[in-house]
Design a protein around this ligand. Structure first.
Ligand code: XMP
Length: 334
């Protein structure tokens, strides 16, 4: 049980000792807890020599797709966090590379590598502006990401026991030009949230459910670029999350989301036969993401949300709920 004020001070010192007085640093912001807290910490350490980047990888939730919403997010980075941010649309690069790819680990590796390429492309642009090319990259990697991607040496485990390559750990390319700064690498999520409080990160950021770096790519099973899968998933997910918020359940749940199955089932609407996709709703409670229980919704909530989804989302005629804990399942389906 560490004191987060001490951790903060220690990490600030550590960042200052790594980054020379004229050196610059870049950081990818996702709008989530980890990258926000990591960026705020580094900003406190080196000020405006930190340059943040928001990457649209084409795998974001509905909330980020609409321009107004994105502008709201960008202005909240600037107004609430005082972090200057550049927004880059790299969705064609990511989706192009993912076309036809079905294997979950390959998807993760492709996304991890593509993020690094986007950051490596951003660094020289910052360099032109400030006169020196940034050579560091901040990542909001947490302890559980490290454990699940590559078990620590001496733990008696080896890489064949990797559970998943988190995009920002096991998914990183072998060759990269940026040195990593990972100030949260030894912390669990609840500790990061405490640290965020000391850094004056608004509650609206700290309470956000975790969202995986590979985004919806690990929630559309199989080829993410197939048909209209991403858009269907976005609509279903948005209805589910909104219902959770409306019912006042958001803060009781560790994480909730929908999954798109590349499976079509027979249904009936009016007197018409349909042959449409099945989706899954998953909501869990957890302390740290390492183990999890499924969340028990009452009947009324489920009935309403399922009818909304089937009535409003074209292409979906069946809704399932995932009632598996971790273990034996993982949180994400891929
Ligand atoms: P799993 O599926 O491994 O998920 O049980 C545990 C927690 O980690 C999140 N997750 C990720 N986060 N990059 C991330 O930043 C990733 O590659 C990644 N994979 C899973 C997941 O959403 C859950 O909160």
């Amino acid at each position: 049980d560490w004191n987060m004020e001490d951790v903060l001070e220690e990490q600030i010192k550590h960042v200052r000792s790594m980054v020379g007085p004229d050196e610059h640093v870049i950081c990818g912001l996702s709008g989530g807890v980890d990258s926000t807290v990591a960026a705020m910490l580094v900003h406190k350490a080196i000020g405006d020599r930190l340059h943040c980047l928001f990457v649209d990888n084409g795998l974001l939730r509905q909330a980020f797709i609409f321009m107004e919403e994105r502008e709201r997010v960008m202005s909240s980075f600037q107004n609430e966090l005082h972090l200057p941010v550049t927004c880059i649309d790299a969705s064609e690069n990511f989706l192009g590379k993912l076309k036809g790819v079905k294997d979950p680990e390959r998807k993760r590796k492709i996304i991890g590598e593509e993020f690094i390429r986007v950051f490596e492309g951003f660094a020289p642009k910052v360099g032109e502006e400030v006169g020196r090319c940034p050579s560091f990259l901040v990542q909001g990697t947490l302890y559980p990401d490290v454990i699940e991607s590559c078990p620590p040496p001496g733990s008696g485990r080896n890489h064949s026991h990797t559970i998943k390559s988190h995009h920002n750990v096991g998914g990183l390319p072998e060759r990269m030009n940026l040195k990593l700064i990972e100030p949260l690498k030894l912390l669990f999520k609840d500790e990061v949230r405490q640290l965020g409080k000391f850094l004056n990160v608004p509650e609206s950021f700290l309470k956000r459910h975790p969202f995986p770096g590979p985004g919806l790519a690990v929630r559309v099973l199989g080829d993410v670029t197939e048909g209209n899968a991403l858009n269907i998933l976005r609509e279903v997910d948005e209805i589910f999350i909104q219902a959770i918020k409306d019912a006042g359940l958001y803060d009781l749940i560790w994480q909730a989301f929908a999954v798109f199955l590349p499976v079509r089932t027979v249904g009936v609407q009016g007197d018409q036969r349909t042959h449409a996709n099945a989706v899954v709703l998953r909501a869990i409670t957890s302390e740290d993401g390492m183990t999890a229980d499924w969340y028990y919704f009452d009947h009324k909530f489920l009935i309403d949300v399922v009818s909304k989804i089937c009535n409003q989302v074209r292409g979906v005629n069946r809704v399932c709920q995932d009632i598996t804990s971790k273990p034996p399942a993982t949180v994400e389906w891929e």
